[in-house]
Design a protein around this ligand. Sequence first.
Ligand SMILES: NC(=O)N[C@@H](O)C(=O)O
Ligand code: NI
Length: 161
Amino acid sequence: MTDIIYIQPLTAASFAPFGDVIEASGHPDRMINAGMCRRFDDCAQLSFADGRAGISVFDAKVRKLPMTLDLMERHPDGSQAFLPMTQNPFLVVVAPDEDGIPGRPVAFETQPGQGVNYHRNVWHGVLAPLYEPGLFAVVDRVGAGANLEEHRFAHDITIMK
Ligand SMILES: NC(=O)N[C@@H](O)C(=O)O
Ligand code: NI
């Protein structure tokens, strides 16, 4: 039996239980640079245990839809933010924790320019670009230890539009 998860548009409200949507939307907090720049302050709750924040660049292969979700992961010691370096939408899959394993996943497609920050220890699918190039700046924990917990599903889960 295949479990089907339908993709929904990403909104800050729908994603709030899992993390933050990072985007330039609504009223900026400040105009800076002599009025030449809208600044949107402090868009995400970063959290790192026994380590520090690092910025990495991910060049990820595109995923085709429908996509089989067989693995979810979480990072007990840190949040993880994905900031696209393009205007391409990407797939975001998260799930509530249910006694130490993921509950029913929720799938979103970002709007162009949106990034996400997974809060610490939130179950998520690994990075899944939908269009080339899959280039992202990633802000996550640099420190000792694996900071990784994985869960492989015993049944088929299909993510589709
Ligand atoms: N492994 C790694 O750095 N990336 C994953 O955590 C991911 O969420 O894509
Ligand atoms: Ni991750």
